[in-house]
Design a protein. Sequence first.
Length: 292
Amino acid sequence: MSHKAGFVSIIGKPNAGKSTLMNSLVGEKMSIITPKAQTTRHRIIGIVNDEDHQIVFSDTPGVIKPNYSLQESMMNFVQGSLIDADVILFVTDIHEKYDENDVIEKLRKTSSPVAVLINKVDRSSEQEVMEKIDFWKQHLNPDAVFAISALLGYGVGGILEYIKEKLPVHAPYYEKDELTDKNMRFFVAEMVREKIFKLYDKEIPYSTEVIITSYKEEPTITRIAGEIIVERDSQKNIIIGKAGSMIKKVGTYARQDIEEFIGGKVFLELFVKVIPDWRSKKNYLKQFGYDI
């Protein structure tokens, strides 16, 4: 049998469950998951290999109408992932409250097969599922429709089989033992950012960026230093907390995750730096790895 390989893009509105699905499909924690919308900012690649297939998944930021340069960059990642996709997985929450016309518009322009994944069906009735399946068949006329629960792994195996069927015959794009195109610094920064999303309220998580400034592997420990970038002094004070209590919490929880991820002991040092309005400054966005 000829080897098949291709790119599969996961798209949808914020909080539809794209990152949970990506982690379930890849079998590793690639994307950070929080209850807050718009947690994913980059296009994150996760690779699934078997003897005859290589599936290159892209988890993308939730589709929104951008209000500032950072969000424009996030939407560029979505656009880029649609252009080179061999298969598109459109994830929609069965109880979707958003208007999804902007996503539908993007999907109508693509020639790649589109599968609609109705997520979170564990929280609904059979009748709701059937109604939603009919709705998407009429509205989008997709190549396939799946009812799934990404969180519980329900229906995920069927998606993998569908993708393998659709992939073009092609040699592997990456080495067969690779899991992602991102380096360790990226994942460490994401783990710190995940803790910020979980521990702080309102605008604070959206105003922060995490940069790993130093990553040194020693025989018995990995020493990591990072900067949490914020936009205002008042945000810096909130991140640090009274007598450093909050930043200590972020560091402790992130370090535990990083140690589990790399399978070794970690010393993590975090600092807070103010860069006014960094989300709207293209030179900083470029420096932080966003497409401008």
